[in-house]
Design a protein. Structure first.
Length: 130
């Protein structure tokens, strides 16, 4: 019964997060809570990278209307996402506002480039292709 009131004292209230399962108090709860967010996010963006890499190497899988180089270029977007989320995770304990701004900017970036990356170096290639 000694641990019966521990959930309310550490702010867990029965939450299934890693920080509450570990029973870590104070700053440890915050860092572990951040890990609850950053780990799945980085893993999610990594799966996109793996998917784009697989489709770039197996050109017969995408539809006829998708150029072969599309998935190779999309790997750049996925790498940028992984790097940005990792940077935000590393900054979070010391610069939480900077971390928040990075995380808030990523959906905007993905929304603006949702039909493929529009990198400045791609414009010259698009004009040169027939």
């Amino acid at each position: 019964m000694a641990g019966a009131g521990a959930g309310a004292a550490d702010g867990c209230d029965g939450s299934p997060s890693l920080s509450c399962r570990a029973g870590a108090p104070g700053a440890s709860v915050q860092l572990t809570g951040q890990a609850d967010i950053w780990c799945p996010t980085v893993l999610m963006t990594t799966t996109w990278l793996l998917l784009f890499h697989y489709l770039a190497r197996h050109e017969r899988l995408p539809t006829r209307h998708t150029p072969a180089a599309f998935f190779a270029r999309e790997r750049q977007r996925a790498l940028l996402g992984i790097t940005a989320y990792l940077l935000a995770a590393l900054l979070a304990p010391w610069l939480p506002l900077a971390s928040l701004l990075i995380v808030a900017a990523l959906p905007v970036f993905y929304g603006l480039t949702n039909e493929g990356s529009r990198w400045p170096c791609d414009r010259g290639r698009a004009a040169a292709s027939p």
